[in-house]
Design a protein around this ligand. Sequence first.
Ligand code: G1P
Length: 290
Amino acid sequence: MTAPIRKAVFPVAGLGTRFLPATKAMPKEMLTVVDKPVIQHVVDEARLAGIEEFIFVTGPNKHIIEEHFKPQAGLEQVLKDSGKLDELNVLQAGQLAPESVKFTLQEKPLGLGHAVWCARELVGDEPFALLLPDVLVQSSGKMCLAQLIEVYGQAGGNVIAVEEVPEENAHQYGVVDIERSNADSHPIRGMVEKPSPGTAPSNLIIMGRYLLQPEIFKILDAKERGAGGEIQITDAMKKLLESQTFTAVEYDGRSFDCGSKIGFQMANTAFALQREDLRDELIVELQKLI
Ligand code: G1P
């Protein structure tokens, strides 16, 4: 029996410099994709996968994320009183039970590995999900995290989502070395964060959804610096690979890097095209634009 994945960590401390001036006063995770903040799309993915506790690793100026996930009794009452029940439903559908939401502060931006380490006490001694909030995923069936949890039920250990990118782009990511099989999930035998161009072991990149065992925290305790002088989660995973299994899942779906301007625009278009209330009109308008 594998221990259930009940908790998810969301590292939301990044500065969002690529989106200035939009992110001068507003966290990048609160930028809107269609009609929900990016972070809510990611939280919804976790909720639909059965996650019960949501741990946000925040930085300075991120209190608005806390506000977003708190119930707003006043607003709910106004919607009720004015008979705006659809709007009330939308609001309540995205809400998390207050006791299921936890925040912890990453005081210094020392890297993704460090952000995850900041959640160690809230996670405790159990496996957990890690979702990078810059990455949104669309799939026709189960969302990416739910697919990972399904594989985890069989494989146990650590499970991460991977996807193919053109070879010349692999150096921008964490890259895995796998034992290829015919299935969609493969045993990982190595990984490297931001390899020098031309040296990546494959074109399968670590996409931004992970299921990790708590032993990762002991490795992160060492606070070793890697690519870019940052404490990297990939380096810690590589160490953990010496004693535990890692499975790479080529999940069904596609991802959008909302940390880039093009990725963010594409996410808006793709998510709007998935919406019955917007799709037809949007297609007509897009055709006019192009
Ligand atoms: C992070 C991870 C990297 C992963 C990427 C996915 O890098 O360190 O392994 O491939 O996210 O977006 P970053 O984008 O923060 O440089």
